[in-house]
Design a protein around this ligand. Structure first.
Ligand SMILES: [Zn+2]
Ligand SMILES: [Zn+2]
Ligand SMILES: [Zn+2]
Length: 266
């Protein structure tokens, strides 16, 4: 069975269209120019794993027709990556079980502060998310048989996590990828990269920088994500080198499961 990835959101923290903006991309008729906040769904042999719970999580789940959630893996604790966590409650209810979350100590600290009510000891907890916390660090971890490698990324002054699973890597929010992380990104079928816009930004990669990263790592296919309204889909994608594309909300990618098995067996 293939590993199936669905892009739930390909936009930057404010989403596209951006509130109050009158630019051409924010008013584009191309559905690929509507970008919810950044997240992907991984269907690993019938197990649904999401990376991050954005402020658009509920809308993303409904739009993608996700009926069951098996786990959440977090990249970091910024608002655009965690604020939808409260909407896991229907999954708790329908599945009658807690949802495992895989999270670094630093990200958990943020989640515990922002969602303090989830972690309070109370008699009745029926109206708050029911979570099983699994702390992750720089060692690989398994989620329902799918092995994740954490890929440390420099995001401004912070270090956050990207992930490699099988021959796919999801590297959102980063200004730089440390050499020791680049060393672990060879032989990829699919590489997702932060590409906020053309102009430099202190905490995010640009289109130009991510083209360089893709050309260095030579994955079979590269998809840019976490994009702002500077980047119209059609015009920007037409300007990219072969093998590099813009992700868009609803994009589905299948990767042979053999790639997962061969990699995780190494
Ligand atoms: Zn972000
Ligand atoms: Zn705009
Ligand atoms: Zn961030």
């Amino acid at each position: 069975m293939d590993l199936k990835i669905t892009v739930l959101g390909s936009g930057t923290s404010s989403g596209v269209p951006t509130i109050g903006c009158s630019c051409a991309v924010c008013h584009s008729a191309d559905p690929r120019d509507t970008r919810l906040r950044p997240s992907i769904l991984i269907d690993a042999g019938g197990r649904n794993i999401v990376i991050d719970t954005t402020p658009d999580f509920r809308a993303q789940v409904l739009r993608a027709g996700i009926h069951r959630l098996d786990a959440i893996v977090y990249t970091h604790g910024h608002a655009d990556h965690i604020l939808g966590l409260d909407d896991v409650r229907p999954f708790n209810y329908h599945q009658g079980e807690r949802i495992p979350i895989y999270v670094s100590r630093a990200t958990l600290t943020v989640i515990e502060r922002v969602f303090a009510y989830v972690f309070e000891r109370r008699e009745s907890k029926t109206h708050v998310p029911q979570l099983d916390v699994h702390l992750i660090d720089e060692n690989p971890f398994d989620v329902f048989g799918l092995r994740f490698e954490t890929i440390p990324l420099t995001h401004g002054k912070d270090t956050i996590y990207g992930f490699r699973f099988g021959n796919v890597a999801y590297l959102t929010d980063h200004s730089e990828i440390p050499e020791s992380s680049l060393d672990r990104l060879h032989g990829l079928d699919v590489l997702f990269l932060d590409a906020l816009r053309h102009r430099p930004h202190p905490t995010h990669s640009t289109v130009e920088r991510s083209i360089e990263t893709a050309q260095r790592l030579q994955p079979k296919r590269t998809y840019f994500t976490h994009m702002c309204h500077d980047l119209g889909h059609a015009a920007t994608e037409a300007s990219l080198p072969p093998g590099i594309f813009l992700a868009y909300d609803g994009l589905e990618i299948s990767v042979p499961n053999s790639a997962v098995a061969s990699h995780s067996a190494e």
